[in-house]
Design a protein around this ligand. Sequence first.
Ligand code: 6PG
Length: 246
Amino acid sequence: MQPVLEIFPDPTALVNYAASLFAQMAQAAPGRFSVALSGGNTPRALYEQLSAKDMTERIPWPKTHLFWGDERCLPPDHPESNYGMTAAALLSRIPLPAENIHRIRGELPPPQAAERYEAELRAFFGETPAFDLVFLGMGEDGHTASLFPGSPALAESVRWAVEVEHTTPPPPLVSRVTLTYGVLNAARRVVFLVSGASKAAMFARAWHGDDVPAAKIHPENGKLLWLVDQAAASALSSYECPSRQR
Ligand code: 6PG
């Protein structure tokens, strides 16, 4: 199935659309509604929108289960923890049962954190991971979740979650735990949230399928939607395939 691109005038319009999509999908889900959240600034704005009174009342939180696509190996109350960011922006403001929160235990040694998260994923999904919805951001280097360029995690085809050494920008330079492509590409719907001119060159590359981690997200039986603001989409028209660049 071909990826779909929606371009918005600004990050607020992008986030409003993403929040409405979340609510629609949650309402339509016949049973549990499983979502993998992302870290990052654009995703944070979405979580704040989801906690707004008019929005949160539309979402059946008791059947919604929140997971994370990746986590920095930091304590959950650390300001740079993805869980910690989500707790401040969303979890503290919604009636989500505690048992519906499936965080990656960043406070554990990375290998243990990855193993424990994979066990929790398998306990929830059984043999095959099938998130209803996965939100992803994209870094200026083309990473998504914590699948960074050149990482051994890019080649992982058995494990559902792996620990990642992370010693080069972007910060924080701490180990991470990330879902692997097998899980991300098994989702029913993956939605990228990309905003800002700093992402324009890389978004153009990812959209055209260059060899960057974000471009390897192709849900086998699901839908892929890129929600991008005009600033991040501004290099699409001037994109040149690297093989043609002199
Ligand atoms: C993380 C995220 C990461 C993020 C991108 C985009 O832990 O940092 O999972 O993949 O989504 O770096 O972040 P921004 O939207 O802040 O640029």
